[in-house]
Design a protein around this ligand. Structure first.
Ligand code: ZN
Length: 236
């Protein structure tokens, strides 16, 4: 309508005014920051305001990176949201879910318990492309036993990060050693690193095995370790 102000006035709520044509945006931003600092503001999916602004910068940087290295055309229909998806993917692959750790009293089990073939994928810290494989975990309990699904959760938790396989193996073993206080724990990972199979040396199918043992698995007799390794042998 001629003569009518095309921009509606901001509503009373200062945070809401941010969405109205940019009016009072600065005041609204300041208020959002304040609310977040006071832990009164939770955005959907537990995203924080800080994260949103960091993402904006990351998407701009990703656009420049993908343009200059792989010639991404951000105005192409398929490519226009690629930088944002790329940033979101990196966040997703490096944000672990809660382990929901739970133990139960051990009612006398004194033999080795082995969970084999837990699939995992992680991102190589050197090249930021995946390595994919399976984890085998064995332990001899003392006072505590773990809910069996917890092993998969522990593996996933530490895999959701930029990783090197050796460190990932140690982190899983150390976590279980600390939380279960078992008589011994053994962790073996076997994975294919795409940085080795699709680039660089280009040797598809090559697998890397890393094993960390603690307690009775690492003692001098090595009986438990041999038993563990023989059990998981052929499972890779
Ligand atoms: Zn790599």
């Amino acid at each position: 309508m001629p003569g009518q102000n095309p921009i509606p006035p901001p509503p009373d709520h200062p945070a809401a005014s941010f969405t109205v044509g940019g009016i009072h945006a600065e005041a609204a931003l300041a208020r959002i920051k304040e609310l977040e600092n006071e832990a009164l503001l939770v955005l959907p999916g537990n995203v924080t305001f800080k994260q949103l602004t960091a993402d904006k910068e990351a998407i701009e940087a990703a656009t420049a990176l993908l343009r200059s290295t792989v010639g991404l055309n951000p105005s192409d229909e398929h490519g226009k949201d690629t930088p944002a998806r790329f940033v979101q993917m990196l966040r997703e692959l490096t944000t672990p879910s809660d382990i929901k750790w739970k133990t139960f009293p051990n009612d006398g089990m004194d033999e080795m318990i082995v969970t084999e073939g837990i699939p995992f994928s992680s991102l190589c810290q050197h090249h930021v492309i995946p390595f994919i494989g399976v984890a085998h975990i064995g332990y001899v309990p003392d006072q505590l036993i773990a809910g069996l699904s917890k092993f998969a959760r522990v593996v996933k938790y530490f895999a959701a990060s930029l990783q090197v396989q050796e460190r990932l193996t140690m982190q899983i073993a150390e976590y279980l050693d600390r939380e279960l206080k078992p008589r011994g724990v053994a962790v073996s990972l076997r994975a294919e690193h795409l940085c080795m199979t699709i680039r660089g040396a280009q040797v598809p199918g090559a697998k890397t095995t890393t094993t960390v043992t603690k307690g009775v698995f690492a003692d001098h007799s090595r009986t438990a370790k041999a038993e563990f390794l023989s059990q998981i042998n052929g499972r890779h």
